[in-house]
Each structure stands twice: as C-alpha cells, then as structure tokens.
Design a binder for this molecule. Structure first.
Ligand SMILES: Cc1cc2nc3c(=O)[nH]c(=O)nc-3n(C[C@H](O)[C@H](O)[C@H](O)COP(=O)(O)OP(=O)(O)OC[C@H]3O[C@@H](n4cnc5c(N)ncnc54)[C@H](O)[C@@H]3O)c2cc1C
Length: 517
C-alpha cells in the first residue's frame, strides 16, 4: 500500500505521515471494510498500527525536558549522536526561566536595597524614595529570555539536534508522541532520558483555589505590579526567598507556615536564627495550616487553622502559594511507558538513575533525589557517561550542599542534629559570626555549626548568616576530597576572612579557642 511522505517546515524536520488522513482513506476502502466486517486479519487498526510503527522517527537518543535535559542533549549531540529534544517551554527549564536565575537576580537587587536601608545603622544618612520593582522585573526577565533564546538558537543550529518545541508524552516504553500543530507525530529511541521537571504543588486541602486567583513562584517572578500586601502560604525555601524579595521591594509580607519555624527541615538551631531574623521584617504566622482561599471586595483572604486554638484569617492584595512542588510525571504520561513511580509520583530510579524500563533514565526534579539544579546537573553527567560512552557508575553527590538565599542566607550539608537523633555518637561545635573580626564588622549576626562523628568524620555542617551560600563550600570541598573535621580545623584560614566562622565551628568541636583568652 502506498502513502505520501511529506515534510513540514518546522524545527522537528521531517514529518512522515498523517495517520488521521490514512485512517479516513482506510475506512472508505471496500476491501478493508469487508475484512473488518468479517473479522479477517488484517483489520484496519492493525494496518494503522503498522503504518504508525513504520513512520515513527527514530533517534539515537530522545531527551524529554529542556532544563537539565538540555545538558544531556548537547553533550550527546557533540559526541555525534542523533538527538531529539522535547521541550514545551523555553530552553533552560525552571532554573533559567522561573527558578534559580530570575529569583537570585531579583534577590540581588533586594539585597542592594537592604544594604542601602541598613546604611543608617552605620550612621550614613541615606534615604530611599522609591524602589523600581517593575523595572527590576522587566530587566531580569529580559535577561533570562535572551539566555533562553540563545540556548534555543544553539540547539536549532546543531546538526545533530532536532528540537521539538512542543508538548510530548509517552505512548509506549520507547515511543513519545509529540504535538504538532493540530496533529501529533511519534518519535522513538532505545535510549530515553527523562528530565521532565516539576511544577508548583497546589494542595487539595486548600479550598477555593479553583475560584480565587493566586500566585505561584512562576508568577511572583514576573509580576508587573507590586502588591502592597502579600500573603505567602508555605514556610520553605521559596517562601523565605520570595518573602525577602517582596519585603525589600516595599511590600508588607505575611508568611503563613505550618511548621513552628521557617525552613523546618533545616537544622533546628540554624532555622531558629533565620526565623528570628524574619520575625523582625515579616509578619510570621507559624503553626497554621492553610485551609481556604477567599476573595472579598478585591481582597484575598487566607483562612488557616492551628493544631489547636483559634482559626486565623489573613488579608492581602495577592496570595502566593509556595506549598511545594510536584513532579511532571502525569504530563509526560509515564504510565503509558510502564515507568514505576513513588507514592508522591516521582519516577523511581536505581543508583544508576535507571527507571524500571530498560534504556530509560530519569534525572533532576522528576526523579526527586534532591530537587536542586546542581544535583540535577551532576545526574546529567552520569547519564551522559552511560548513554554516550556506555560507562555505568552508581551516582554519587560528593559534598552535596544547598543554600537558601533569604536574609539572612542559610546553607547546609549532610545531616542535621534532628536527623542524627540518638542513632549515632557525634559532637557539635558552633561559632558566632560576631566572634570573628569580619563577622562582627558586618554586624548582621549569624552562626556556623559543625556536627562531627566519633572518627572525626564531618556528619553535617549548617550555617546561617552573610555569605552562607559561599562559606558552605569550604566544607563541601573538604568532604568531597575525603578530609576530616580536624583537617578543616587545622587548615590556616586567612585573617580576618569570613571563613574564620567555619574554622571556628570545627575548632570548637575540639574545644580549641580561636584567639586565646
Ligand atoms: C523559585 C525557585 C527558585 C529556585 N532556586 C534554586 C536555587 O537557588 N538553587 C537550586 O539549586 N535550585 C533552585 N530551584 C530548583 C531548580 O530550579 C530545579 O531543581 C531545577 O531547575 C530542576 O531542573 P529539571 O531539569 O529537573 O526540571 P526543569 O528545569 O523543570 O525541566 C523540565 C522541563 O520539562 C518541560 N516539560 C514538562 N512537561 C512537559 C511535556 N509534557 N512536554 C514538553 N515539555 C515538558 C518543562 O517546560 C521544563 O522546562 C528553584 C526553583 C524555584 C521554583
């Protein structure tokens, strides 16, 4: 049976078959109609399936998701593999377009504003009449859009990459259906890397989210108008970072969180310091679970309940739901491929980042291992090794740390005291920023805390205060290089660099005073 092959001028390159049109032709064929009526093989459905199979575009590698997946796609294409990359939005994914990048660029501007405001405390007479919020948002979004467009151009220009800038979903173990205009086409590969990402989670337990407009972190980074009053539901790192951003822009920020402190998965002593600092700048309503979102006379109202006690009602011009993130497994229809998922719908992976389907790997947020950009990037390296070079190694995250870019900053590595519990012997050393020369000059407070095992192994390091996101790397590098706590304590640190705070915590474990009496 003959059929037409034709091409469309889209980025995907070749489109081989309009299956719907063929179906119409088949239905009108007297022979097929008779065979179908008689139940004689082959029925039209079988012919259609065969046609589909023959016309699926085959690649060496299919990469699903253009965030961290972009790293895999470009590395594999550079090595000569014929790669298909499927991404419905701009390349760069969450991090570049609506996560790490725009948030930190905006937060840097908030930090500058904060420094100007705090200059008064050093006796510098300054006044701040206006913070150009809309201008900040516009220039930051222009920057990230330009970076995403550059990535797109590079992908399109690469001779080994076919970029499908559209929605895709699994239809079989190794076959992905791609939306094209009003139609769909299929691509397949023995090797698929699913870097499908996550999106804001809106809890079912909050009523009214279908009727009342609310913001997610995606919107909060692109708002044209700054709200006078913002209610943030959630007490995790996104709430803390965006709370700081809006607070410095001049918005009255109320945070409704269900933990009794902010960032309650962090080491308690460190998270308490951050929470205390936020109490001075934000209206904190902690220990409340949001139950309803309402709108009355253009005011948004969040209703929340404590474990016991009186219900809370908080009013604002906008409400930001920073209530966690969920994996995009449903959007990629991983069920159709038979890929196993966890109770929370993350893709199950083994230590090689392999899913339950042979030849399909999962990395980044969708695999839910750490849900940070830097851990996803590390996973991408392992998968490139496996797919491109057939070198399979169990994934390791040497010196894995993370940071929260609030005010103050917080950073952490390894176990918290809460996680260690009574299971393991350990010692704790702490050091106040104010106990160091530069830390006290900054006059912002802060604390470093080292948790060390009996054999001098660094079990955890937690820090809250200026430059915490950078200071954590001393410990991170030491741990990755196999150094122990004593080596950090004994390494000569530049005086009076801020890293003396880190050294101080490790010297405290050994009860060595940093500077005599
Ligand atoms: C506000 C905010 C701030 C953050 N700050 C930091 C930070 O400071 N440091 C840090 O390490 N991490 C941070 N993160 C987390 C970080 O952004 C993510 O961990 C990381 O971007 C995840 O990368 P990924 O490749 O797994 O997913 P993504 O980058 O989300 O990539 C998945 C891609 O798949 C696409 N997609 C989904 N479904 C389909 C479909 N059916 N068809 C086609 N395409 C589809 C999406 O458009 C997306 O681009 C932040 C996140 C947010 C929201």
């Amino acid at each position: 049976m003959g059929f037409h092959r034709y091409t469309l001028p889209h980025a995907a390159g070749v489109r081989v078959l309009d299956v719907a049109a063929i179906a119409g032709l088949l239905d009108r064929s007297p022979l097929i109609a008779r065979l179908n009526r008689e139940g004689t093989d082959p029925p039209s459905s079988l012919i259609l399936r065969r046609l589909r199979d023959r016309n699926v575009q085959e690649y060496d590698l299919v990469v699903l998701g253009g965030g961290t997946g972009n790293i895999v796609a470009s590395a594999a294409a550079d090595e000569g593999l014929d790669v298909a990359l499927v991404e419905r939005g701009p390349l760069g994914g969450t991090c570049l377009n609506r996560g790490c990048n725009p948030s930190k660029k905006l937060i840097h501007r908030a930090n500058v504003v904060e420094t100007v405001r705090d200059a008064q405390s050093f006796g510098i007479d300054v006044s701040l009449d206006d913070v150009p919020f809309e201008q900040f948002v516009e220039e930051v979004n222009e920057m990230v859009t330009e970076a995403a467009e550059t990535k797109t151009k590079r992908a399109c220009d690469h001779e080994n990459v076919t970029l499908y800038q559209t929605e895709g979903r699994f239809v079989d173990e190794h076959v992905v259906e791609i939306d094209q205009d009003d139609d769909a086409e299929r691509i397949r590969s023995d090797h698929i890397v699913l870097a499908g990402g996550s999106r804001p989670l809106i809890p079912d337990a909050i009523e009214g989210t279908d009727e009342v407009e609310y913001l997610t972190s995606d919107d909060a980074l692109t708002l044209n108008t700054r709200p006078e009053r913002l209610v943030i539901v959630g007490g995790g790192y996104i709430a803390v970072e965006l709370g700081h951003l809006y607070n410095q822009m001049g918005t009255d920020v109320t945070i409704v969180g269900h933990g009794d402190i902010l960032v309650d998965r962090e080491d308690r002593e460190i998270a308490e310091q951050l929470t205390n600092a936020y109490r001075e700048t934000h209206d904190l309503r902690l220990g409340y679970r949001a139950t309803e979102l309402r709108e009355e006379s253009e005011e948004k109202i969040v209703r929340a309940e404590p474990d016991d006690g009186d219900e809370l009602r908080v009013r604002g011009d906008e409400v930001l739901l920073a209530t966690g993130r969920r994996p995009n497994t449903d959007r990629w229809n991983v069920e159709a491929a038979g890929i196993e998922t966890t109770d929370q719908e993350f893709v199950e992976t083994n230590e090689y980042l392999e899913t339950s389907v042979d030849g399909v790997w999962a990395i980044g947020d969708i695999a839910g291992n750490h849900m940070f950009k830097h851990s996803g990037d590390k996973e991408a390296e392992y998968v490139v090794e496996a797919v491109v070079h057939d070198r399979h190694k169990p994934v390791e995250y040497p010196g894995m740390a993370h940071a929260v870019f609030g005010s103050p900053q917080l950073a952490s590595l390894g176990k918290t005291e809460g996680e260690l519990g009574d299971d393991r012997e350990y010692e704790v050393g702490t050091h106040e920023y104010d106990a160091t020369a530069l830390g006290s000059a900054l006059a912002e407070g802060g604390l470093a805390k080292a948790i060390v095992g009996a054999d001098d192994e660094v079990l955890g390091f937690h820090i809250v205060g200026p430059e915490a996101s950078t200071l954590v790397h001393e410990v991170s590098t030491a741990v990755a290089a196999g150094a122990d706590a004593e080596q950090i304590a004994e390494t000569i640190h530049v005086h009076p660099a801020l890293s003396e705070v880190v050294q101080g915590a490790f010297r405290d474990v050994r009860s060595v005073a940093p500077s005599g009496f």
